[in-house]
Design a protein around this ligand. Structure first.
Ligand code: SF4
Ligand code: SF4
Length: 197
């Protein structure tokens, strides 16, 4: 099992009961109070070393209503939705789905960080082309994130080896896909309106 990083003590005044209740009322929230902090989810997670809080910690933070820390954490964006935590949790808690519940709340709250930005650009590229075009993804993200300049030599070496084609792959007809996205965006939950109540 991977060792979890030590964190600073979170003060009780950052608790937000309304946020906790909002998450607990969602379909994934019902079992969250039963978490016994066994850490199986954190030990199963292939990307927990990149997260500022492991899935185990995030579940506990939701139980405590630590809204600011939960919504600002990179954990919800780093998750690859591999479902390892959800299938292994002995209490039937589904941390994978919890991340998907938290994302629209974070967006509705105006949380901005580079992980959220990458997620937004990735969704836009998929919406417009129907493909995870590496060229479009990297070029759009690089334009919006100045720290990406450090990756320029790596990108150039990939291009030189033909690993990063300078073209945007597109599906034949992306209109149906766009219609699916549009329908989803019209749902109140997708815009996080529930979160703002
Ligand atoms: S595996 Fe389930 S019960 Fe164990 S810490 Fe993770 S969420 Fe909690
Ligand atoms: S679904 Fe996300 S949080 Fe769960 S194990 Fe996979 S990457 Fe980690």
């Amino acid at each position: 099992m991977k060792k979890e990083k030590m964190k600073e003590t979170i003060l009780p005044e950052s608790r937000d009961a309304a946020f906790r209740d909002l998450v607990l009322k969602t379909p994934v929230g019902e079992k969250i109070p039963t978490c016994m902090q066994c850490g199986i989810c954190a030990g199963s997670c292939p990307v927990s070393h990149e997260m500022d809080y492991t899935p185990r910690q995030l579940v506990r933070m939701v139980q405590m209503g630590l809204k600011k820390e939960v919504l600002n954490s990179n954990t919800i964006w780093i998750c690859t939705t591999c479902f390892s935590c959800s299938v292994r949790c002995p209490r039937g808690i589904r941390p994978t789905e919890l991340m998907e519940v938290l994302k629209p709340i974070a967006i509705a709250e105006g949380i901005k960080n580079k992980n959220a930005k990458f997620d937004g650009i990735f969704s836009d590229v998929i919406k417009k082309t129907g493909r995870a075009s590496e060229f479009l993804l990297i070029s759009k993200y690089s334009l919006s994130e100045p720290s990406m300049i450090k990756q320029a030599p790596f990108g150039l070496s990939l291009m030189a080896k033909g690993k990063l084609p300078l073209r945007a792959d597109r599906m034949e007809d992306a209109r149906e896909l766009e219609a699916i996205f549009r329908a989803e965006e019209k749902k109140p939950d997708a815009k996080g309106k529930e979160a703002q109540k």
